[in-house]
Design a binder for this molecule. Sequence first.
Ligand code: ATP
Ligand code: MG
Length: 658
Amino acid sequence: MSSNESLANLLKEERRFAPPAELAAAANVTAEAYAEAKEDRLAFWAKQARRLSWATEPTETLDWSNPPFAKWFADGELNVAYNCVDRHVEAGHGDRVAIHFEGEPGDSRAITYAELKDEVSKAANALTELGVQKGDRVAVYLPMIPEAAVAMLACARIGAAHSVVFGGFSAEAVASRVQDADAKLIITADGGYRRGKPTALKPAIDEAVLSCPTVEHVLVVRRTGQDTAWDDSKDVWWHEITDRQSTEHTPQPMNAEHPLFILYTSGTTGKPKGILHTTGGYLTQASYTHHAVFDLKPETDVYWCTADIGWVTGHSYIVYGPLANGATQVMYEGTPDTPHQGRFWEIIQKYGVTLLYTAPTAIRTFMKWGDDIPAKFDLSSLRILGSVGEPINPEAWMWYREHIGGDRTPIVDTWWQTETGAMMISPLPGVTAAKPGSAQTPLPGIAATVVDDEGHEVPNGGGGYLILTEPWPSMLRTIWGDDQRYLDTYWSRFGAGHDAAETDWRYFAGDGAKKDEDGDLWLLGRVDDVMLVSGHNISTTEVESALVSHPKVAEAAVVGATDATTGQAIAAFVILRGTAHDDAELVTDLRNHVAKVLGPIAKPKMIKVVSELPKTRSGKIMRRLLRDIAEGRAVGDTTTLADSTVMDLIQSQLPAAG
Ligand code: ATP
Ligand code: MG
């Protein structure tokens, strides 16, 4: 059987949710946008570019003369920080709150656009004093505090590319990223608050700089006040240097293709890649998609994205998209269960959050903690809910809508990647009749489809590989310092790679997907995670969703383990909901449940109940580590895990022999 047939539609989903009439009537973007973009894709993006303020208006839209190396708006010039900050102040919105900061210990701070302009200007002057120039790289290793956004914008303001590394990555992980980018400066903090206590950040940097000769200074934000080792020759306190700077700084226009940032992918599958994003196209798509998909009304909405700034979601949908659009947003430093499991809902109630953007992993955790927790808070301000990071299981989608969205809010399931820079596939909240678990439709101006092994587009009802068939403004420009890896990773699998004709260049996303009978897209997880059982391709995502649709299961991770008879056998690790208990009967029940939902072929051979799953800092399950366990191997590289003790915990919960 070809993958084309067997990947198809194991999971049936009949539920539909139309947009609320009121929202649809006042939506920023209507169905017309699809038609307009279809008519002339480049004219559509040229129009979206005019959402921004350009110092020199571009006359070119796309230069695809040297594919797959794209240039967008190449003769235009603009300053990203000016677009995210100054222009809102100039337009009379200086008093609007840009960031409602909520610290984990309960401290809070409201920063207006006028204040943000002063902060960013002072930081830009400080970077200049430290010798940072246009074209340099700056590494950022900070907790979720406003200075993280200020630091990124200050870099953008002077044309230095930032490379944000998750606060919490090891010294080794930081060092390899700093070395790869030849960063001149590292911006960090003494520490940050996580799980109710201050955790130190600077020691990792102190260790990392020993092997990073390009680093001239370490700029240190005082967040926790904890004791911090100090090297006078390198270390500089953020408050000391910024306090003495002028609040005046003239932003220099940058070419649209000037590097804005490098961001290393989360490393779910292997060695992190330094993804390079540039200025004009990136900001155009980050701004447009935030406006379209969240229907942002800057005068009245309060937006909250719960991602970490060290993940691309934090770049595009905490810093650049929302600020370019003049949004008021919440920024939260800590974890969702500190000091109690209702913290998120308390924050939504406190600030009257209207737009929430979070990840399936968080939603499944909330399901596990129980429905009664969000029920204690007033969540009636919410009007749109977003999801990103992994396929959202239909049952998690339903829970999100019912228990957080009051059974009324649209959910936008947004598919995109570090590489795409901004959202690519998502429902539009005022247009799309949503299907639980499906990202559904490429956004206006985006071209995506599903192909089989040979690269032929599959018909509706078929499954295979997700590809993007036209360049898009916020696409990665290359892998930092490695054009060949850029070509090999993304363009050689399904692109001709030899012919310069535009249509021959097709971007391979690395994700499996299917098209349902309506042509809507369903993401099936990474291609590497697809299992081959007795000659059938089965997606881990679908088996996980089937498990999560059982009332006792909150979260599931499924892997294919090598099996002598079936090629691969399905092994599942499940976390139970609050009150459920693990026993032999439950395991039989779960196996039968999967067989009923998906068919007997998808019945897991092994199901283990665990209390945690291995995840990256961006909340993605690292299936390769579970595959190591299921196949009885020593567990591989765990450096990008959020919590490196999880693998020991899981192993201790399993019987010694598999
Ligand atoms: P690496 O490429 O180093 O393994 P990563 O892919 O985890 O890291 P990201 O760029 O943060 O790093 O994640 C993008 C991936 O996340 C997508 O390729 C897809 O697998 C998954 N993803 C993101 N959003 C969605 C979504 N809405 N539905 C399904 N999958 C999603
Ligand atoms: Mg990836």
